[in-house]
Design a protein around this ligand. Structure first.
Ligand code: HEM
Length: 536
């Protein structure tokens, strides 16, 4: 289940919440036949005592459940029918809850609503009262024990990481940030270059990703050298092995015909990216990388990343690790059962697990590209005039090169919405003669801040593909060596797959512009986070 399908909140009693809940609940049987006063009284009570959960999706209330707290003995006697009257509400030291209202706008929200009730009523015996309007007597359901649900840890992680990213955008727009970052955030190009040019001194510390699998993305120094030699040869060959037309075919098969559905563009792009990487590796079949398992892995990773930054319980870490191990095991087992892939993995290396290396590479190679394609679709939806212009100029010329506007568009998407929006490193030793970094000092680099640095970008917060910084030189090429532009980083730890990524983005943009129905929206996308930066 996607925990981000809807946001679960416990609300306050106020006019807005009362009206929203009443409007939702009274639209569904049996509540549409209840007296207005009775309904309103119950809802008011549940809002006031916070004995409820609300499910919100894109600003709309899509689910509501409310209950009364009671003493377990009274609730049990009510359940058995020994007492017909509803137990008196008990606000303190209650050990049971009787759910009296559950309404969801669509059945897809029901599992989340049930988990939300269980989570809010953790430790209580939860009974459910079901009423009918056709004369049948009320049905009293046996109790279940409410429990803490891991799924809500994902929601908290998502809110924390999205909050952090939005804070970076707030600072980028010249306002004071709201969060107190425990480590300094850098946006100055010269300082950032210092860090990226010295990978042995500023090492990676992505423990949350290491918990998924060991691979080149997270290792340092000699271990990294070995691992990068293993895969870089494929990435370097990728543009020859996967020509632009083949990538267009892939994106055309997987991107949705209309951009309306939630996550449809991301999921389609993810599948196309999996095929692209598989072909880059010289494989005849796409590597098994199923959407549902990957979504589950992403949630666990996001949770672990949030715990690293904001803290969390040992039990959450344990559960996340257990879930992740099991998912990864299922994926790797599938790979081992595929003779061609198993053979390929076997020939790669015996020094360490090629399977684990591949797990990490698949994550690095697909999440970022899919998120960028999603950003491109959202920006096109908000800028119909630009879409029309791209339709007219085209995305690729006859030689297969990006047209100027298409190139400016892709560069600008990666500038304002860098998929990897911030990066962390730990300094290993001081060099007082050169700079002020201390041994063991952790640093965070905001690519959002760098890409919107006011000394390097005119009107930095404006999405402006034809901005002066992207003006082509005389021969029609844009100089990409901008000092405050590093969506793929720089130095030895630069993105291993950037050439393939750029080619994929070209193919995907072509498909979006020429083959997709882009549903217009009134606003530029808002920013949220899901392992990489994603439109909200
Ligand atoms: C728009 C798409 C992409 C973006 C914006 C992007 C960005 C990045 C960034 C910023 C890093 C460095 C992270 C860090 O050091 O903390 C990175 C690393 C990496 N990326 Fe990408 N990436 C993209 C697509 C890809 C693709 C398609 C592949 C593979 C086919 C790939 C493979 C890798 C690998 C292997 C690394 C680790 C490099 C190393 O340290 O050895 N990426 N990427």
């Amino acid at each position: 289940m996607n925990p981000l399908l809807a946001e679960v909140r416990v609300g306050e009693l106020n006019d807005a919440s009362e009206m929203a809940v009443h409007r939702l609940v009274s639209a569904f049987p049996p509540f549409n036949h209840y007296s207005y006063q009775l309904m309103l009284g119950k809802i008011r009570e549940q809002l006031m005592f916070k004995t409820h959960v609300m499910l919100w999706d894109q600003g709309q209330l899509v689910g509501y459940a409310g209950w009364s707290l009671a003493e377990a003995s009274e609730a049990q006697s009510w359940y058995k029918g020994a007492q017909t009257a509803f137990p008196a509400p008990k606000m303190q030291n209650a050990d049971a809850a009787i759910v009296t209202i559950t309404v969801v706008r669509s059945s897809e929200y029901l599992p989340l609503a049930i988990k939300a009730i269980s989570h809010q009523c953790a430790g209580l015996q939860v009974y459910r009262l079901r009423s009918f309007q056709d004369g049948r007597p009320d049905m009293r359901r046996p109790p279940i024990l409410g429990r803490t649900q891991h799924i809500f840890s994902y929601q908290r992680a998502y809110a924390q990481l999205s909050g952090l990213l939005n804070d970076l955008y707030l600072r980028a727009s010249g306002k004071a940030g709201r969060l107190n970052f425990p480590i300094p955030i850098m946006i100055e190009p010269s300082q950032i270059q210092t860090v990226f040019r010295q990978p042995e001194r500023f090492i990676k510390n992505y423990q949350f990703l290491e918990r998924l699998a060991e691979g080149r993305f997270t290792t340092n120094n000699d271990a990294w050298q070995k691992r990068s030699r293993l895969t870089q040869v494929f990435y370097n060959n990728a543009t020859r092995q996967v020509p632009l037309n083949r990538l267009k075919t892939l994106y055309q098969s997987f991107l949705p015909s209309s951009t309306a559905g939630k996550s449809a563009v991301f999921n389609g792009a993810l599948q196309a990216a999996v095929c692209a990487v598989s072909e880059a590796f010289g494989l005849d079949e796409p590597i098994y990388w199923p959407l549902d398992k990957v979504e589950a892995l992403r949630n666990e990773l996001m949770l672990l990343q949030a715990i690293e930054l904001f803290g969390g319980s040992a039990q959450e870490v344990e559960t996340a690790q257990r879930n992740m191990d099991s998912l990864r095991h299922q994926i790797v087992q599938h790979w081992q059962q595929n003779p061609a892939l198993a053979k390929w993995l076997h020939t790669l290396t015996s020094e360490f697990s090629a399977e684990l290396e591949l797990v990490q590479n698949m994550m690095a190679a697909t999440e970022t590209t899919a998120a960028t394609v999603e950003w491109m679709a959202q920006v096109l939806a908000a800028q119909p005039a630009l879409l029309a212009e791209l339709k007219q100029t085209g995305v690729s010329d006859e030689a297969g090169e990006l047209t100027l506007l298409a190139q400016q568009f892709i560069l600008e998407v990666l500038r304002l919405y860098p998929p990897v929006p911030f990066i962390t490193r730990v300094c290993q030793f001081a060099k007082p003669e050169d700079d002020d970094f201390q041994a063991n000092q952790a640093v965070a680099i905001s690519l959002v801040g760098l890409h919107t640095h006011p000394q390097f970008w005119k009107q930095p917060m404006r999405f402006w593909p034809q901005r002066p910084e992207w003006t082509a030189a005389a021969e029609g090429k844009i100089n990409l060596q901008h000092p405050a532009y590093l969506p793929f980083l720089t130095g030895p730890r630069v993105c291993g797959g950037r050439k393939l990524a750029m080619l994929e983005l070209q193919a995907a943009l072509d498909v979006l512009v020429n083959h997709c129905e882009i549903r217009t929206t009134s606003e530029m996308p808002k920013v949220s986070y899901g392992m990489v930066s994603r439109p909200a």
